[in-house]
Design a binder for this molecule. Structure first.
Ligand SMILES: NC(=O)c1ccc[n+]([C@@H]2O[C@H](COP(=O)([O-])OP(=O)(O)OC[C@H]3O[C@@H](n4cnc5c(N)ncnc54)[C@H](O)[C@@H]3O)[C@@H](O)[C@H]2O)c1
Ligand SMILES: O=C(O)C(=O)C[C@@H](O)[C@H](O)[C@H](O)COP(=O)(O)O
Ligand SMILES: [Zn+2]
Length: 376
């Protein structure tokens, strides 16, 4: 096990560090202090993680006036009502612009807490302490924050970069295996869009080695995935590069597999894990690219094997085509009535596919259903 922490620097107008390692909790106060020492800190966490958060809470209480904002667990926290409850608590605590938010939890908590920090006083500092693999490699980095509405996933939010991210791999020891596997959905996604070495690692190790939270394979996968995300967001923080008909997706590349993935999450009333839906959505969009004639059979098939290898689902039959088509229409990549997808032309070469033929969409949908039925 590598014991020294790794620090990945995120450049740009508001630079910050992502610290990755085992037992790095003592770095939190330092990350918070960058840019001026806060007097008050709001610790946002789900009720289920109170015990796991005890050391973090203690280290904060030794330095700051701490207000604890306990939110619902998982996706159910990503609502306007929870954000409003957090705003009320910040108001009661007299939170000023020099104070800071710390989030502690999975991607749902960092999305909600990041959104609260982005909107309170039009933006206060936030440091994320992600506790799931998915949040470490993706949600906590890059400044996308958001909540869901009845109309769909992540439809309200803002870009608000953190002041720091602390990925303490020790916290993964208690994460249920299914959530660890779900995090691999975003890891494998990073392999396909930008870093083939990730795919080689996944294909070259046994699943148990990959999921060993103390092992070298997982550590390398985390570092490589965070690096992919950092490189993309530094180049296109606000996701504007893929607009105006540009076929190079910029930040939209990180949305690979998410058009169908988010539609499935909504159809499943958010009971399916995000990383599982991303895996299915990535296999779907590989089929779409195959149908469109831009992706080789070998790379399309490699999606099924790579996601499947870590125990992720690759098919889905729970909703009809029209339901999913309608949900995809509110995807943020859509322009007017036109659906836009991030597809691959080959590993590491993401491109925008705008307005695909309905026949291609239906063919990819049929394959997704057939794959689910074959594995049922
Ligand atoms: N902002 C972004 O860029 C971005 C990127 C990817 C995903 N996301 C969002 O992230 C969310 C998914 O995140 P997630 O997969 O982390 O799910 P999650 O936040 O719902 O957490 C999953 C479950 O794991 C539990 N948990 C968390 N850490 C634990 C630990 N160390 N030990 C035991 N249990 C633990 C949680 O309590 C929860 O029940 C989705 O809402 C997705 O939209 C955002
Ligand atoms: O950071 C990004 O950009 C991403 O698209 C990363 C995704 O993994 C993540 O799920 C994100 O929240 C999706 O964003 P959205 O814009 O489709 O809501
Ligand atoms: Zn995602």
């Amino acid at each position: 096990m590598t014991t020294d922490p790794t620090t990945l620097h995120v450049g740009g107008a508001a630079p910050y560090d992502v610290v990755i390692g085992h037992g790095v909790a003592d770095r939190l106060v330092g990350l918070l202090g960058a840019g001026g020492r806060p007097q008050r800190v709001a610790l946002i966490l789900p009720d289920t993680l109170a015990a796991l958060a005890a050391p973090v809470r203690a280290s904060l209480e030794a330095e700051f006036e701490v207000t604890e904002l306990v939110v619902p667990d998982g996706e159910s926290a990503k609502t306007a009502a929870t954000a409003a409850a957090c705003w009320a608590s910040l108001g009661e605590a007299g939170f000023t612009r020099s104070d800071a938010v710390v989030t502690f939890g999975g991607g749902a908590t960092t999305d909600l807490g990041g959104f609260v920090a982005a909107t309170w006083l039009r933006g206060v500092r936030v440091v994320h302490v992600p506790t799931t693999l998915l949040a470490m490699v993706d949600a906590a980095v890059g400044g996308k924050t958001g909540i869901n509405t009845d109309a769909g996933k992540n439809l309200v939010g803002s870009f608000h970069e953190p002041a720091g991210v602390l990925c303490d791999l020790t916290l993964l020891a208690t994460l249920p295996r299914a959530d660890l596997i779900a995090g691999m959905g975003e890891v494998v996604k990073c392999g396909f869009i930008a870093d083939p070495r990730i795919l080689e690692l996944v294909e070259g190790h046994e699943t148990d080695e990959l999921l060993d939270t103390d092992g070298p394979a997982l550590r390398e996968l985390v570092e490589r995935s965070v690096q992919v995300k950092v490189d993309v967001v530094v180049a296109d923080l606000k996701e504007t590069a893929g607009t105006s008909g540009d076929v190079h997706p910029g930040r939209e590349a990180l949305n690979y597999g998410h058009t169908m993935g988010h539609a499935i999450e909504r159809a499943e009333a958010y009971r399916m894990r995000h990383g599982e839906a991303v895996a299915i959505g990535s296999v779907f969009v590989a089929e779409l690219a195959r149908a469109a004639g831009v992706l080789s059979d070998a790379t399309a098939d490699r999606h099924v094997s790579a996601f499947g290898r870590v125990g992720l689902p690759t098919g889905y039959s729970g909703a009809d085509f029209d339901t999913l088509r309608a949900a995809m229409a509110v995807d943020k990549k859509s322009r007017g009535n036109q659906l836009r997808f991030v597809v691959l032309h080959e590993v590491g070469t993401p491109r925008v596919l705008a307005g695909p033929d309905d026949a291609w969409l239906r063919a990819a949908y049929d394959t997704m259903v057939a794959r689910a039925q074959a594995t049922a």
